[in-house]
Write a protein that binds this ligand. Structure first.
Ligand code: BGC
Length: 754
């Protein structure tokens, strides 16, 4: 009896020990504890499997199972097959390609059934709006258009509103912004970038990161951003996506690295390496860059996610690993934290840890950062979407207004012969055609097609402007590739019988369109208009009537014939859901275009590479056979319906490294219309110990002036902007004179560094 009593007593002790142990284990669920503490508590209770699971990302778009006619939720679980079981075993930490909020909720529910209930991160490519979502959504202009606006506040708002739409639908992590420098127009992903200039790309990237993440993504309307792709994909061999990039260390430091350094300073929480190798080392296995440079030198505190199957490609493409297991080892030891996507990686990493080839502390480091994100996002407290709130967030009026405003501000007027634009709304007749006149190509890549009623195409935008008496003649043109003789004749005839023709041509990169001309993995062997589009424009011009060309495109269209022969050209980029309205606003003068080129447009594909910040020797001897080496349009070019006059440039004569260099100048709107002016300030290091670019952008702003308004503006340039990498690769300001250049060589002054 006595013994029985004792046994009971020890059972009670054991039970309460278990209980308090359990309580201790679950303390990570206490939202009042600091996030770092919760991370450590949780990490300490996790098995190796559960830890590696956090590093695994899967696709949430399941293939269909045989079983049908069951409850929606059960159906989804069945369709997911083995993946559903893996979630319940905590062997998956995040998802991408999740179709809608419902699937996001189902996935989270399965995760909640796992031992530690760790929520999932749901990721998507919300690049210019939440465009991969399977239901109607706000689509903004693509990055190249945002860059043309030179308005960082707009980019910040686009990111902020996109984050709100993502969170409302259960997504927490966007693979955006793309902050690669684009130097080769053949690359099909050009439209995803902010163009060729390191400062512009850095500033736009920062603005978006801050918009997405807010204050350290601690708010329920913020998401984690992902700066991608590190590094050099914008100047890969032959302009092909994922091909090798061979870039000198100097050029990497001067041109390609700065946007990533700035992104890290803005606390970007994730970074995605590029598909390509850089100077012989695949980015996904680049220990020196991922771990030493970015973590130790630049102080990157977040985590890396691999790009789609690029760890596998260390074996299958780059041939730096003899097996998939070795590929996983190289990637994890280089610093990679999350694998995109699917099976294989988990088993390899587990084996490698068990064999001692990957220390468990490396895994702990990765998991710590991933868990931090989940706690910080508040997912342990609130992982589900409240469906009733979705309607009030998606496509809100302010989001739609912003989509139009960004589109308007992104328009660049490239040609306006004899001030043909803006057109009168009282024309007798107008003819509209071209493959992009009634197309959703406006939306650009990383967007699904949207319901027609949510989009304003070019023809729809124009229709809203014309007076009741104008004859609007629209000729549908469905192809980019070829037109019959009859079609050409008909087009010419109809152009001839109209006062003016508007032809919308260019590219099509919308994600799931069968008739794409450029996009991810669809690069451009020519920079001319694809297919027979130029022939179509020639036929229209041969009518003798004025022709206005509207270009819809992500990458540069290099067409000297167009520039010489048509009356007007509007570069509209991929202007998003209200692109057609913004274009019509510009055509008819309801909006005065003020965008400028964020890239240099070369004369042809053979003129690549052509960018404004070239070295002094770029064109000093070489001369193209029967062609000028000058750009067709320089970076920073863009016309307006008004004229701006610059005067009174004031800069002090000299500066020291402690100084801010203040530039004062007066700008006057000399015309009859209010308008925006993008002010670009460059420097040129006149004599330097190593070659420096002919000019380098150091500041920019977009200003508005009413007709006849005259204002003095001030630009503060940090002395850091005058730094360069000397022969020893030290980042220094060398004594001597610098030119200050405003805009397109408008005013030049010099300043001395002492
Ligand atoms: C692209 C990434 C993208 C990923 C996920 C890859 O093919 O290179 O930019 O984030 O797919 O969709």
């Amino acid at each position: 009896m006595k013994y029985l009593h004792l046994l009971n007593f020890s059972l009670i002790i054991l039970f309460s020990a278990c209980n308090s142990n359990k309580e201790l284990k679950e303390m990570y669920l206490d939202k009042n504890l600091p996030v770092d503490k919760r991370v450590e508590l949780l990490l300490n209770t996790m098995t190796l499997d559960e830890k590696i699971g956090q590093m695994c990302q899967y696709v949430g778009e399941p293939s269909k199972s045989e079983v049908k006619n069951v409850d929606e939720e059960v159906q989804y679980e069945l369709d997911l097959g083995e993946t559903a079981e893996l979630i319940k075993q905590s062997k998956i930490g995040s998802f991408l390609k999740v179709p809608t909020y419902k699937e996001a909720n189902y996935l989270q529910k399965m995760a909640e059934e796992s031992r530690l209930k760790i929520p999932l991160l749901i990721a998507t490519d919300a690049i210019h709006g939440h465009g991969m979502y399977q239901e109607p959504i706000t689509i903004y202009p693509t990055e190249i258009g945002m860059a043309a606006s030179f308005d960082t506040d707009l980019a910040n708002k686009v990111a902020k509103y996109t984050a709100a739409e993502m969170r409302a639908t259960g997504y927490h992590w966007t693979f955006s912004p793309n902050i690669e420098i684009a130097r080769d127009g053949r690359w099909g992903r050009f439209g995803e970038t902010f163009g060729e200039d390191p400062l512009l790309v850095s500033e736009m990237g920062k603005a978006m990161i801050e918009g997405y993440q807010g204050d350290n993504f601690g708010d329920s309307v913020n998401v984690i951003a992902c700066a991608k792709h590190f590094v050099g994909g914008g100047i890969s061999s032959n302009g092909l996506n994922g091909a090798a990039a061979d870039i000198s260390e100097r050029t990497l430091h001067e041109i390609f690295f700065p946007p990533f350094i700035e992104a890290i300073k803005s606390n970007v929480y994730t970074i995605m390496p590029a598909h390509n190798e850089i100077n012989g080392i695949p980015c996904h296995a680049h220990h020196t860059y991922l771990s030493k440079l970015m973590r130790d030198t630049w102080d990157f505190k977040g985590f890396y996610v691999s790009d789609w199957m690029d760890i596998e490609r260390l074996e299958t493409v780059h041939k730096v690993a003899a097996s998939q297991k070795e590929a996983a080892k190289l990637a994890v030891l280089a610093g990679l934290d999350v694998h995109m996507q699917g099976p294989g990686f988990f088993d390899h990493v587990k084996e490698l840890v068990n064999e001692g080839a990957i220390p468990e502390k490396v895994i702990n480091e990765s998991v710590r950062k991933i868990l931090y994100a989940k706690f910080q996002l508040g997912l342990f407290e609130n992982r589900y979407v409240n469906a009733t709130k979705i309607k009030n967030t998606l496509m809100k009026k302010e989001h739609l207004d912003l989509a139009l405003e960004v589109a308007q501000k992104s328009m660049v007027l490239l040609k306006n012969e004899a001030n043909i634009l803006p057109l009168s709304k009282q024309l007798n007749s107008i003819f509209i055609t071209g493959p992009n006149a009634n197309s959703q190509a406006l939306l650009g890549d990383w967007s699904r097609n949207q319901p027609d009623e949510n989009i304003t195409t070019v023809i729809e935008g124009i229709r809203t402007k014309m007076s009741a008496t104008t004859k609007i003649d629209f000729m549908e043109c469905e192809s980019y590739h070829s037109y019959s003789d009859n079609f050409m004749e008909e087009a010419k005839k109809r152009a001839k019988s109209s006062d003016v023709t508007i032809v919308a041509v260019g590219e099509n990169s919308i994600r799931f369109d069968k008739d794409k001309t450029s996009a991810e993995n669809l690069d451009r062997p020519i920079l001319e208009l694809a297919g027979q589009q130029l022939e179509l424009v020639k036929a229209l011009v041969s009518s003798g009537k004025p022709v206005i060309v509207v270009l819809i495109n992500g990458g540069p269209i290099a067409s000297p014939w167009l520039v010489e022969n048509v009356a007007g050209i509007i570069e509209a980029w991929e202007p998003g859901m209200y692109g057609g309205q913004a274009i019509a606003d510009v055509i008819f003068g309801d909006y005065n275009p003020g965008g400028k080129l964020p890239i240099t447009i070369p004369r042809s594909v053979g003129h690549i590479q052509n960018f404004y910040n070239q070295k002094p020797s770029a064109f000093h001897r070489g001369c193209f056979f029967q062609s000028s080496s000058e750009a067709l349009f320089e970076f920073g070019f863009g016309l307006s319906y008004t004229q701006f006059k610059y005067s009174n440039l004031k800069v002090k004569n000299s500066f020291t490294s402690d100084d801010i260099v203040t530039i004062n100048l007066t700008i006057e709107n000399n015309g009859e219309l209010g308008g925006d002016e993008v002010v670009l300030i460059y420097i040129n290091d006149i004599v330097s110990s190593v070659t420096t670019p002919v000019k380098k952008l150091v500041s920019f702003d977009r200003l508005h002036l009413e007709p006849k308004e005259k204002k003095e503006f001030t630009f503060d340039i940090s002395s850091n902007s005058f730094k360069m990498f000397n022969q020893a690769m030290d980042y220094v300001i060398e004594p001597g004179e610098f030119e200050i250049i405003i805009g397109n060589n408008i005013i030049v002054s010099t300043i001395l560094y002492e």
